[in-house]
Design a protein around this ligand. Sequence first.
Ligand SMILES: [Zn+2]
Length: 153
Amino acid sequence: MVSVSLIQASPATLGQNTTEHKDQSDEHRTSFVPASDVFTPKSTYEDHFLKWYESSHERWRWFCSRCGTNLAYTAVYPAEFSSKFPNMLDITLGSVERRYLETEALVPERHLWWDYGIDWIRDLATKGHGDLPIHPNYHIAETVNLDKSTSKL
Ligand SMILES: [Zn+2]
């Protein structure tokens, strides 16, 4: 089960810029609740930054009203399709904090939409990085030598 926490929109959080937001956000968070309870269109988010719009019938796009970041996509399928297409909640990985990305719960289990993928991204996913230079951080003059026999850094 995926849980989420929202940041309350208050005078304290409204005035924060993006760098302050990162450092001070925990004190303005609600407790974690099941994501399926949060990403259900309803009008009770007036005191939070989470907003949504219905992009097409039974499809909702979720975003942060403070910075515009796309956060999630939800789809509800008619009952006759429920065995093939369960209701869906996609959460953008870029909106998930690193400490949660590093948990086993978020290790990918499958690729969807493979036939529509970009060739070079599919190659990275299946063949690895090949001969691409690997930089340990943002210093592009520094590279890491990869031991190809073990695929370890
Ligand atoms: Zn935001």
